[in-house]
Design a protein around this ligand. Structure first.
Ligand SMILES: [Mg+2]
Length: 196
């Protein structure tokens, strides 16, 4: 909570920025592996086509795609307008472990017209929980499970790589949304409305 507004803790990659799509494009040009986003069912390096790519190269590819942040697309073109409607009711924290760094994230968010009160860079694989967040929106189930354990609201942004967690999400009271209009509904007129 910030002042009288509840705070949304929103992930960057996979929820706002389509970084995975760019990563797959780089993988195709540099490794000749044509893999579609729909084929990614877990960690990128768990896919057979990428098993030979080491962790440091994997991270370097992410770093390079963020250095060219102008070419990263939105996951959902509606995200900026939905967040512009939500910003009067919610404080907006972007919480990310991106290896791209804060400056590229800030430039990308501003370039796409995504309003935000702050950007919090957390250590890779570290916790995303913040004292002031009320509802977390992420594409990684473990973050949302952590949010529920901390008594916070949670929305899983549906992506091919989290489909296997749908039942666990329901068991933990994690809501799901396949686009930003569904997130807006959950927050303004659905089960999360007025709850935080
Ligand atoms: Mg993510």
């Amino acid at each position: 909570m910030n002042g009288n507004k509840p705070t949304l803790g929103i992930d960057l990659e996979g929820v706002l920025s389509d970084s995975v799509e760019r990563w797959l494009e780089i993988a195709k040009s540099e490794h000749g592996a044509a893999v579609q986003k729909e084929e990614i069912r877990g960690h990128l390096l768990d896919h057979d086509a990428f098993k030979h790519i080491g962790e440091s190269e994997y991270l370097d590819m992410f770093k390079r795609l963020w250095d060219a942040h102008e070419s990263i697309r939105l996951v959902d073109n509606e995200a900026p307008s939905v967040l512009n409607r939500l910003k009067d009711r919610y404080s907006i924290s972007i919480i990310t472990a991106t290896v791209g760094g804060k400056e590229s994230a800030e430039k990308w968010l501003n370039g796409k017209g995504i309003p935000h009160d702050k950007i919090v860079i957390v250590p890779r694989l570290g916790s995303k929980m913040q004292p002031d967040t009320d509802i977390h929106i992420d594409d990684f189930f473990d973050v949302l499970k952590d949010a529920r354990v901390h008594g916070k609201g949670a929305i899983m942004f549906l992506q091919p790589w989290n489909a296997k967690h749908l039942r666990s999400a329901a068991a933990f009271g994690v809501h799901t949304a396949k686009n930003w209009n569904e997130i807006e509904q959950l927050l303004l007129s659905g089960p999360l409305s007025g709850k935080y």
